[in-house]
Design a binder for this molecule. Sequence first.
Ligand code: 6R9
Length: 646
Amino acid sequence: MNELEKFYPIKDAAKSHSYLDEPTYKAMYQQSITDPDKFWSEQANEFLDWYKPFDRVSNVDFNRADIEWFKGGQLNVSYNCIDRHLKERGEQTAIIFEGDEPSDTRNISYNELHEQVCKFANVLKQRGVKKGDTVCIYMPMIPEVGYAMLACARIGAVHSVVFGGFSTESIKARIQAADCKVVITADESVRGGKVIPLKANVDTAVSDCPNVHSVVVVARTGADVAWNDEIDVNYQQAMSSVSAVCEPEVMDAEDPLFILYTSGSTGAPKGVVHTCGGYLLYAAMTHKYVFDYRDGDIYWCTADAGWITGHSYIFYGPLANGATTLVFEGVPTYPDAGRCWDMVQRHKINVFYTAPTAIRALMGIGDEYVLDKDLSSLRLLGTVGEPINPEAWHWYYEIVGKSNCPIVDTWWQTETGGILITSLPGSAGMKPGAAGLPFFGVQPVIIDKEGNEQSGEARGALVMKGSWPGQMRTLYGDHDRFHQTYFSQCAGYYYTGDGVQRDKDGYYWILGRIDDVLNVSGHRLGTAEIESALVLHPKISEAAVVGYPHDIKGQGVYAYVTLMHDEVESEELISELKALVAKELGSFSKPDLIQWAPGLPKTRSGKIMRRILRKIAENDLGTLGDTSTLADPSVVEDLIERRLLR
Ligand code: 6R9
């Protein structure tokens, strides 16, 4: 049967658990489109506590890239995620922490979370951090990363979390771009038994960041690290001497909450800015409805805090809803491939949310690691980050979920703040590989190459009509680039950069990026950044990077490199290039395959024809397409000759 025709109806268990049956979803969706201000005003008052009510629900002009929600309203995000729960659930576990070693686990109650966050906020205040200041967080997945984020939110500082796997160069670039004066880090992080020297990386980075006056260091492993008394602050010591009282700062709904850097198709990473009111509402509301979250659920999202999924669905969404959320330091394959299922069994996880790349990796190792565990606590499974291939979907559904748990395939982006397209578990059946239907207030539109809206079954570029509260507001320090990137491609719409297909039932099937952004293991990598790193090597004159299908990672990184005149090809040079990219960008950006390219296919205006390079990398030579616009069509023959996959 054609995959597009496979359909898994909603099972009774999902129906009876769910908040929303199909008619309720449809009615609410309809209301969210026909009377959005009334709809969102009600939701904002249901989900959040405000110090002062908002004056206006939304004020949006996509032509000018001006987006505001809940203007005039005042609130504090950490108050909404912690303080307001204390009366009813102070002793309830807010965070279950499990370290890299399975024996290292502990529970943090809402009371304890409150104390830690207040103290941490006071430590930051002591170092001079004020409302509006930017703070860089470069941490392992330990509870302190959540304390740090919430402490910033409490005092109105804007955090910029940098993934702990990023290189020294990436941290430096992000500290400088957001002008952070304070960095929060740990001595080391441990993942899968391997140690990453976070503090040493920060030391190297801040040696080029004269504005950084404080580096707060959490002792995770207790390793001996270099210490500079002038700027380094011992977290544990500082926490022991500050007060546990810290009043939350009153913030405007549109004050920035955080910056998160993500890769674009060109140039430097983009500092996506989210604000307090709209973002928190959208994270909380999607967390409740998409995961059918109920009080008492044990919820686990395996993402890292360095990605938007960690922000919205480990910390902000779940904590705003008073949930118990699991923070995991390790990796799914350590000590063995049964780690996740062992954790599900031990912590009685009800909702499990992960990425297709992890599912594929675990599926490849074998069913025995799943089958010997008791997974009966699981009620719902989720995926995010890339399209899930039907084979992995079936494994997840049948072997992990025992054909009893709905799978929510959630499509969204750093820019969207929360989930925009997914089949809500109690209101729509599932199609393996399809993201599904739009969430409330979301109006997906498919446009063709000329920018015309397509109706019914269609294929084209995915854009959004109208705004939703979780939408990003700007790119930090560069509103023109924000306008240019997202609102100039198709006037009046938000341009997602993804290709999509809509089927006869209105389900959306994401086809992947249209631009030059790769999706490697669910991580967004800009080809331009990898190319820039490669040409830093003195022996390389030019580089072009494309993706190719990779069994586990979804996409692998395939680099074509051109040597400087008189330089020679060698295996050593290949290793040097891989190491160079790892140093500049982090190891997951490292090319999987590097092909020598004496010439690259270019148009007469000098644009590299990536379409052709992609086909050669994929060994898909039958459909190279038109090469007539190339300045020198003979380079293509040569590249085909040298291709690495056959
Ligand atoms: C949340 C997140 C965004 C890009 C997005 C798309 C891809 C994410 C997906 C998916 C198919 C899904 N993507 N979820 N593709 N199905 N369920 O991943 O944010 O890191 O910004 O990446 O990821 O291409 O445009 P981000």
